[in-house]
Design a protein around this ligand. Sequence first.
Ligand SMILES: Cc1cc2nc3c(=O)[nH]c(=O)nc-3n(C[C@H](O)[C@H](O)[C@H](O)COP(=O)(O)O)c2cc1C
Length: 354
Amino acid sequence: MSKLFEPFSVRDLTIANRVWVSPMCQYSSVDGLPNDWHLMHLGQFAAGGAGLVMTEASAVVPEGRISPQDAGIWNDEQARAWRRVTEFVHAQDSVAGMQLAHAGRKGSTYRPWDGKRTSVPPEEGGWQAVGPDDRAFGGYDAPRPLTEEEAGRLPGQFAAAARRAVDAGFDLVELHFAHGYLVHEFYSPLSNDRTDRYGGDFEGRTRLAVEITGAVRAELGDGVPLFARLSSSDWDDDGWTIEDTVRLAGLLKEHGVDLIDASSGGNTPHPQIPLGPGYQVPFAERVRAEAGIPTGAVGMITEPGQAEKIISSGSADAVFLARALLREPHWPLRAASELGAEIRWVDQYARARA
Ligand SMILES: Cc1cc2nc3c(=O)[nH]c(=O)nc-3n(C[C@H](O)[C@H](O)[C@H](O)COP(=O)(O)O)c2cc1C
């Protein structure tokens, strides 16, 4: 019997299977609004059988976008526009999650296909990016360090965004604490030389992550699941490690996180990463075993048998797929067929069932 296609229950929510859409920026919004593209993009995965459809990194404040074309959830108009997406996802018996994000010093950048690895100037819709300190990432402009008071406002800004996400119909929220964006910048020693309460030792550097988690959990109440995506390693001798991640995962669990989405990297431009199939799965496995919290595995998971083994061996509770789903949005339907598992086909496509 397939474990990959068994339901996963967390708080008040049951997710039909463990094949989940990994968050993927589309750089296709105007004023942070989702539009027809987002409905098509996310909707195809719901029709394709994914148990959980997660949005792209959605900015909690305008300056928290990566590119000027990023989606957002910093106002009520955006929340209303997202409702179209959540209603469609629910109509396919899938579950919708929103990834909440602040890009920090990696904000105000061009879309990947613009091919420019510099900051976007104000006349092209860019802004002054902010960070823990004034060290720049790669060829981007130096960030303006946040004041202690500004950093202290972030938990409230994430909580307000979480409220809007729930009002928009999302069933769960994921905090984007990975990939060299703001919260990762705070917890990584490579990008935080602050001397106030948000810097210094492990406790100081992780304080922002913990405070955001507490504020969001308080806003969500007890029923709504909360995930956090962490960069499990900076892949750098002087950087954040998997041991740090296990410790932070334990803290986040105490403050209301239900599942760690174990990614890595993003805080240095050219890390040496031993890329290969499932290369980040060992992170999910260690966090699950040592912090005692459910995990999602992500990264170069492409084959049904591979995904099945990750779940059945107890390395993780779910898999997040990104590029495999872009290549094949109905991957879960094929995977279920190959694994001999039950999955719901949408009525419109049922005649194609193998
Ligand atoms: C087009 C694209 C956009 C992405 N945007 C995000 C994002 O918004 N948030 C995030 O946490 N990861 C983002 N990622 C990373 C993916 O979620 C995933 O972690 C990564 O691609 C590795 O998984 P894969 O091998 O299945 O593609 C993005 C990846 C791609 C390909």
